[in-house]
Design a protein around this ligand. Structure first.
Ligand SMILES: Cc1ncc(COP(=O)(O)O)c(C=O)c1O
Length: 409
């Protein structure tokens, strides 16, 4: 038997053992949705998560949601009421963010390869562009000049450090993201001289880290870098976006980030910041930490079979909705996300099974030889930590299976 990741706290079962999500039974949710597979997102858990963040962090730091983690429109509309801003990464996300009710001045747009029409849409809307290069800056200024608007422009900095222990490094060395730190002051001066509304710096060093001290060390380096750049520019950045990096426990042995430690150390860092940043505001930009735990992916067992002594639960779900849980088309070491039989939630395991999807590829495996209570055809299997990078970050068109249903409850 192989272990699976920890089931997030806060989930419980009805008296008969049926998992409840957002106060409703998983079987009733599947019925209400009309079919499985189904993503369910718990609104109260999202609200509690944002509140947990605010309780841990210094009051002066704003909370931004990186909507790439989950752009489901009802979820976005809810997030718009509980965070201070959205980070978008494309013209498509910008349109969704504006439709969610988030004010344009609280939307920032980072990402390489922004096309002219995307730059123009952001400038017309009044969103902030986090510029990824001097070339992008020149195009943004030309577009703003043509349409007669003062653009809101920040500079994304490619820091000369990365976030230790991070699942995805976004800084340090040659990167397609951001402007190398030593070239930033000249670009900012160009923007200011051209009359742009310079909004500050965006410094994103990595993602999916669980070590609070590593995150805090990176934030201290980020603040020091922003101070050096501000001095070199000779102007105070209105906002320093410190990036994110707070991850979630997906795998056996993973422990949740100690947010209180991150917050306490950030308070120390900001308390000791120099005069160059005395008037600046700060923000953190989080995706998965805010939304992953609130999401559950429900799939139904379609077949139960034994092959060479191994029992398979074949479900109607799969990697076309949960690419990361399947191992991203073949990671070196595949480990199990948290998983449970929805109708026997919290019960002891009584067999070892592999939970597979309905795609005709050996990679479509969402639970590899996990211990679960017995499940039969028709039962629901729940995969946890499914609120981020699931529905929108998986190849839904692969093998003609189509998208999953999604619900916010
Ligand atoms: C610029 C930027 N912001 C935010 C995020 C969100 O990261 P996470 O969902 O791990 O918080 C990413 C992820 O790659 C990113 O590149």
């Amino acid at each position: 038997m192989k272990p699976h990741g920890p089931i997030p706290p806060g989930f419980a079962a009805d008296a008969d053992g049926m998992l409840r999500i957002g106060g409703r039974r998983a079987d009733a949710l599947a019925e209400a949705a009309g079919d499985t597979p189904l993503f369910v997102y718990d609104r109260a858990m999202l609200t509690a998560r944002a509140a947990e963040w605010r309780a841990a962090m210094p009051r002066e730091v704003q909370l931004h949601y990186a909507m790439k983690a989950n752009p489901f429109a009802p979820l976005l509309a809810h997030m718009a009421t509980i965070v201070d801003g959205f980070d978008v990464a494309s013209g498509g996300e910008l349109a969704l963010a504006l439709a969610s009710g988030m004010a344009a001045e609280h939307i920032s747009f980072a990402g390489p390869g922004k096309r002219d029409r995307e730059l123009e849409a952001a400038i017309v809307a009044g969103a902030t562009l986090n510029l990824e290069s001097a070339g992008e800056g020149a195009r943004a200024l030309a577009i703003a000049d043509r349409i007669g608007t003062r653009p809101r422009l920040a500079v994304r900095v490619n820091p000369d450090f990365d976030l230790k222990g991070s699942g995805m490094k976004m800084g340090g060395g040659a990167k397609p993201f951001g402007v190398d730190a030593d070239a930033v002051p000249a670009l900012v001066r160009t923007l200011i001289d051209a009359g742009a509304d310079w909004r500050g710096f965006h410094i994103f060093a990595g993602s999916q880290a669980l070590d609070a001290d590593a995150i805090a060390d990176t934030q201290a380096q980020t603040v020091a870098l922003a101070a050096r750049l501000a001095e070199a520019v000779g102007a105070a950045p209105p906002l320093v976006n410190l990036g994110g990096g707070m991850g979630v426990p997906y795998f056996p042995g993973d422990r949740a980030v100690d947010a209180a430690t991150v917050g306490a150390r950030l308070a120390e860092t900001l308390g000791a910041r120099g005069a160059a940043l005395a008037e600046s505001g700060f923000a953190m930009e989080l995706g998965r930490w805010l939304v992953a735990e609130a999401g559950v992916y429900l799939m139904r067992v379609v077949d139960r079979k034994v092959s060479h002594g191994e029992t398979f639960l074949v479900t109607d779900g799969g990697l076309h909705h949960q690419l990361a849980a399947s191992g991203n088309f073949g990671t070196v070491i595949r480990r199990n996300y948290p998983i449970a039989v929805a109708g026997r939630f919290g019960r002891e395991a009584d067999e070892t099974v592999s939970v597979v999807g309905c795609l005709c590829t050996p990679l479509d495996r969402l639970g590899d030889q996990v211990g679960l209570p017995r499940a039969d055809v028709g039962d629901l299997v729940a995969l946890f930590q499914a609120g981020a990078y699931g529905a929108s970050a998986s190849p839904a068109a692969f093998l003609g299976q189509g998208p999953a249903r999604e619900m916010l409850v």
